[in-house]
Design a protein around this ligand. Sequence first.
Ligand code: FMN
Length: 181
Amino acid sequence: MELKEAIEKRRSIRKYEEKDVPEALLEDLIRCATLAPSGHNRQPWKFQIIKGELKNKIADTLYEKTIAIEGSTAPHTASVIEEAPVLIAVYLTETDEKNYLYDILSIGGAIENMLLRATDMGLGSLWIGNTSHIEEELKEILKTDLRVVSTVAIGYKNQDPHARPRKNFDEILIKTPDIES
Ligand SMILES: Cc1cc2nc3c(=O)[nH]c(=O)nc-3n(C[C@H](O)[C@H](O)[C@H](O)COP(=O)(O)O)c2cc1C
């Protein structure tokens, strides 16, 4: 698949088939994530492939913690985590005030690489920020002191959503005025 096609075809997938994803494909996704640029080449990330009971424990914890929050999308995200065969946790490694912005930006780039490679492989994916509702609980469930800054659901897609709307080009492009000499 051409890069532009992958960029255009990627969608947030919230329905998955009950079919496992081979480990080699998941490792390929993570290797592609690590090819992203990172500020000062700090590579401030770690990844963990989570399936089965542990994954469902994360889904249940997220659901219970957020079900009473009016208007929150998090309970629905919890059901997506339950349905997807794989959840990849993306950790921020040690950082400090000076590096924080670059580190977070770098992780965003790594996640996008993963999503595009998933599209390229015919896999569906969902970038999940809602797991930040259970940041402390995740440390306990995953037995870590590191911060999980995002998770990504991966699996074979069971839906073909239309492209979500994007702002008009005119709205996002700031025109630079001609400089008069
Ligand atoms: C940082 C970030 C966090 C997100 N968190 C969630 C989430 O927790 N649950 C969810 O269903 N979608 C989540 N999304 C997906 C967005 O809702 C989605 O990208 C957006 O609606 C555009 O749709 P598209 O990805 O199909 O183009 C997240 C996306 C990003 C970039």
